[in-house]
Ligand binder design. Structure first.
Ligand SMILES: Nc1ncnc2c1ncn2[C@@H]1O[C@H](COP(=O)(O)OP(=O)(O)OP(=O)(O)O)[C@@H](O)[C@H]1O
Length: 259
């Protein structure tokens, strides 16, 4: 069953009287429950695509079809790289925010908030404010809030990019656990090939500007996965090199166009 269908999507921006073609002719189908990573050179339109799916921006042409939820829950929730939580609310209030906005019964809000606070290990920090939290803890709040909202689709824009390796690894594991339990569809932007191999069912590799889907690569290594398992699998080594070479040539290509 497909959750997201994108047909002939293109997006142009105008910047200082010049037109920028950010996305060109994107055609894509994503199945319910799939974990898909978007990888591509800087400026290739990854965030633009996510923003269109989040309804924060509109396509210049083409069509996006998302599931219909009859308004009883959100279609999509977005997790940003940083600063995605409200500084004036406590950890608990941040996680409960979306549910309260939808006037969900307070007993359910409490139960669901407590469940996801526990999942991301923040129960004992629930009365703290964001300024009292580390970067990793803030991202945990964002993830707990996104899942507590119970959306059909999770849109994640480099959520772990600002974290140190150790924290990144712990959060990747937590995310995978919650994803497997909830069967949400996840679209996840990353610049890390290792991260994409560890997390995704599929890597969508984009070309440099204008962004197109250059390759659609299934990642078939069994779950649960660990970095060690991914690194020692010869197929994954080959995929890593393929993706690496693609990114290198796209970066070189866009440099040539700039020169
Ligand atoms: N609101 C906007 N107005 C004008 N140009 C924009 C706007 N948003 C994005 N762009 C341009 O569209 C292109 C794609 O940007 P986008 O942020 O989607 O790329 P990205 O792949 O997410 O980049 P990065 O990996 O560096 O985060 C860039 O050239 C960017 O400058």
């Amino acid at each position: 069953m497909s959750t997201i269908v994108i047909e002939n999507l293109s997006k142009q921006f105008s910047k200082r009287n010049k037109s920028i073609e950010a996305l060109k002719d994107i055609n894509l189908t994503i199945q319910k429950g799939e974990f898909v990573c978007l990888l591509g050179p800087s400026g290739c339109g990854k965030t633009t695509l996510l923003r269109i799916l989040a309804d924060l921006d509109t396509p210049s042409s083409g069509h996006v079809s998302l599931p219909n939820t009859n308004g009883d829950k959100p279609i999509q929730s977005m997790v940003f790289q940083e600063n995605g939580i409200f500084p004036w609310l406590t950890v608990e209030e941040n996680v409960a925010f979306g549910l309260k906005m939808r006037n969900i019964q307070s007993a359910i809000v409490k139960e669901r908030t407590a469940y996801y606070l526990d999942k991301v290990g923040l129960t004992k920090f629930k009365y703290l404010y964001p300024k009292e939290l580390s970067g990793g803890m803030k991202q945990r709040v964002s993830i707990a809030r996104a899942f507590a909202n119970d959306p059909e689709i999770l849109l994640m824009d480099e959520p772990f990019a600002a974290l140190d390796e150790q924290n990144k690894f712990i959060l990747q594991e937590e995310l995978l656990q919650i994803w497997q339990e909830t069967n949400k569809t996840v679209l996840f932007i990353t610049h890390s090939i290792d991260e994409a191999l560890l997390l995704s069912d599929r890597i969508l590799l984009m070309s440099s500007q204008p962004g197109t889907i250059a390759k659609d690569i299934p990642i078939e290594i069994t779950r649960p996965r660990t970095i060690e398992k991914v690194r020692s699998d010869p197929n994954m080594t080959r995929t890593f090199l393929d993706v690496w070479e693609h990114l290198q040539s796209e970066v070189n290509h866009s440099k040539l166009l700039e020169d």
